[in-house]
Unconditional design. Structure first.
Length: 256
């Protein structure tokens, strides 16, 4: 590993810590009269998304975890720039929508399509072609919906408004819509908490409690696995963290 790669990994780790602290600060409960969040919704969504894009873009690897090739680095850099500009545009347009009537035009629809393409590129590189393909199908259905027969037909409208509002700029729909808000304000803190619990060994303690309570029952390991998973789920909403924290111990026992 050369010096440039080491510095890149340090930068990615540093940005990941910033993202974590920023996300937790937004949902941190008040301590007396002191409270950091919640931050303004439009600002937080745009800035949190931009920071995540930097982490993903700088940390992108090639197949099998190998260093990214030149073309992959180039396309990734372009996608990062597009999404950073789109995040800034999202914030500006959201403020204008709140203050006055705003009409979407060619610029906003083009920005929405470019941002969607960049997001689908990262989906393809991280989760594979199936996830990216579903996204492409969704965009195609959005474009062709008015021409479908029967119940599949959607309401026709202005193309620029259709693309801009449904793909990017709406606070309810689109990539930065209500689903994204739920993830960053509710799911994200639980994932972080689950990772912390797994790192400090809380999952092992919960497994011991579960086995102590179920050791005299028939099918004890299976019952203990359910109980340990339930205990872990009370403090972490992450299925991945749950499996890592309890399943790595309980699942092999059940198989035996």
């Amino acid at each position: 590993m050369n010096a440039a790669t080491r510095w890149q990994e340090r930068l990615v780790n540093g940005l990941a810590i910033v993202v974590t602290l920023y996300g937790l600060a937004n949902v941190m409960p008040a301590i007396g009269d002191f409270r950091l969040g919640p931050f303004p919704m439009e600002f937080f969504r745009a800035t949190f998304f931009a920071l995540c894009v930097l982490v993903v873009g700088l940390g992108l690897k090639g197949p099998g975890g190998a260093p990214a090739s030149a073309w992959l680095r180039g396309v990734s850099a372009l996608a990062v720039v597009v999404l950073l500009v789109a995040a800034q545009s999202y914030y500006v347009v959201s403020i204008e929508i709140d203050s006055a009537m705003f009409l979407f035009g060619p610029r906003e629809s083009a920005m929405a399509l470019a941002a969607s393409a960049a997001v689908l590129f990262f989906c393809w590189r991280i989760w594979g072609g199936a996830v990216a393909g579903l996204g492409v199908l969704g965009v195609l259905y959005l474009l062709t919906g008015p021409y479908w027969p029967g119940p599949l037909k959607t309401i026709a409208g202005d193309l620029h408004e259709l693309l801009a509002q449904n793909l990017w700029y709406s606070l309810d729909t689109g990539i930065l819509g209500s689903t994204f808000a739920i993830v960053i304000t509710t799911v994200f803190p639980f994932i972080i908490l689950g990772a912390v619990l797994e790192g400090v060994g809380a999952g092992e303690s919960m497994i011991r409690i579960a086995f102590a309570m179920m050791k005299r029952t028939a099918g004890g390991p299976a019952h203990a696995a359910v109980l340990a998973s339930g205990l872990f789920g009370t403090v972490s909403g992450s299925a991945v963290a749950n499996v890592v924290g309890t399943g790595v111990v309980t699942i092999p026992m059940i198989k035996r």
